[in-house]
Structures are given as structure tokens and as C-alpha cells.
Design a protein around this ligand. Structure first.
Ligand SMILES: Nc1nc2c(ncn2[C@@H]2O[C@H](COP(=O)(O)OP(=O)(O)OP(=O)(O)O)[C@@H](O)[C@H]2O)c(=O)[nH]1
Length: 191
């Protein structure tokens, strides 16, 4: 816990180039922010303090440079990281297939079997004819990876906050679960 009483959470946003990682991050950090132009990111770190389900979180969000299967995995994307947004774009099969690759690399590098993550299908504002990945496929992949799933649009600011909140909940389950509520028993009604 930080000196101010908030819980520090370090999050990395990963996925193929051009899927909307920066747009999603910026829309959450400083809404309303959306840019039609595409400027490839080298790497950017942002901060946000958020109160979620009664807990104050001091979030550090690393917006990574787009990955492909050959990208080396930097140690700073694993060391001290609490959770990941794994982002693809619903109009790109290739970006969808990259999610498994990136996830494998995270587990490999961190030497763990499971890590809090949310699979995010971005650009859900695009028309149906542009869609190349169905909702069900996204959901099935997330299930396989023991992750949560959400579709979002940074452009329309749809499910952007929710994507980060779902990740906060995943991290909460892993690192700061709520104490189990005391069950009342027949000899102690209401206790
Ligand atoms: N239609 C639509 N376009 C989007 C959305 N989010 C981002 N874009 C566009 O997609 C392009 C890439 O967006 P970025 O946010 O830079 O993507 P990125 O994944 O950070 O890209 P890299 O820096 O290369 O990794 C830009 O032209 C954005 O305007 C969205 O929700 N809907």
C-alpha cells in the first residue's frame, strides 16, 4: 500500500499494432480523448487514481508498442506487473491470434500459470461487415486463458472504463480479495 493509503496497481496494455491500445488507454486516463490519426507508440506510461468498490487504486498504465510474434518480451512488462489488458481489433483475425502468443509470452516470462488479464475486442463501433472475430470467439479465447472478456470502442467511449474496472476486479480477486462475509448460523441469527 502506498503512503497515501491507495493500492498501487501496475498494468500493461498489450497486443498487435494499430488495434487501439493507445486510444483505449488515453480515453480512460483523460477522457474525452480520441484521435482518428494513427501514431505508432514506442511506449508510454500514464497514471490514474481511481476509487473502485470502496478501494482507492493508484494505477500505472504502460501502453506498450504493438507486438508481433517476433517481438522480444521486455522484463519490465512482467516484473512488478499486476495485470494485463490484451487487446485485439474485431476487424483483424491476425490481431486476435496474437493474443494467445502474447499471453504465452507473459506466463513464460513471469514463470506463473495464471495472471490477471482481460481480453479486449476493440473497435466494436465498426460496421458488421468489417467484423472478422465474433463475440463468441473472443469470449471462448478469454475463457481458455482464464481471463475476463469485453468488447469496447475507444472511438465511441464504449466499455472503456469497464475494461479497466473488470481488470481491477480480476486483480482484486488475486491480490486483495474481500474478506468472506460471516455466515449467520441458527444459534446466532443476524450475526
Ligand atoms: N473505428 C475505431 N478506430 C479506432 C478505435 N480505437 C483506435 N482506433 C484507430 O485505430 C488506429 C490505431 O489506434 P492506436 O490507439 O494508435 O493503436 P495502437 O494499438 O496503440 O497502435 P500501436 O501504437 O501501433 O501499437 C488510429 O487511427 C485510431 O484512430 C476504435 O475504437 N474504433
Amino acid at each position: 500500500m502506498s503512503s497515501s493509503g491507495s493500492l498501487k496497481r501496475k498494468v500493461v496494455v498489450m497486443g498487435s499494432p494499430n488495434v487501439g491500445k493507445t486510444s483505449l488507454t488515453q480515453q480512460w486516463i483523460a477522457p474525452p480523448t480520441y484521435n482518428e490519426s494513427y501514431f505508432p507508440t514506442i511506449e508510454a506510461t500514464s497514471h490514474k487514481i481511481i476509487n473502485f468498490e470502496g478501494v482507492e487504486y493508484d494505477c500505472e498504465v504502460i501502453d506498450s508498442a504493438g507486438q508481433d510474434e517476433y517481438t522480444l518480451f521486455p522484463s519490465k512488462y512482467a516484473v512488478g506487473v499486476h495485470g494485463y489488458l490484451l487487446v485485439y481489433s474485431i476487424n483483424s483475425r491476425q490481431s486476435f491470434e496474437m493474443i494467445q502468443t502474447v499471453h504465452d509470452k507473459i506466463l513464460d516470462f513471469a514463470g506463473v500459470e495464471k495472471v490477471p488479464c482481460v481480453v479486449v475486442g476493440q473497435k466494436v463501433d465498426l460496421s458488421g461487415s468489417e467484423r472478422r472475430v465474433t463475440f463468441a470467439e473472443g469470449e471462448a479465447l478469454a475463457k481458455k486463458l482464464h481471463a475476463s472478456f469485453i468488447e469496447s470502442s475507444a472511438k465511441d467511449n464504449k466499455n472503456v472504463g469497464k475494461a479497466f474496472e473488470v481488470l481491477l476486479r480480476e486483480m482484486q480477486k488475486e491480490y486483495n480479495p474481500a474478506p468472506e462475509k460471516k455466515k449467520s448460523s441458527w444459534w446466532g441469527w443476524g450475526k
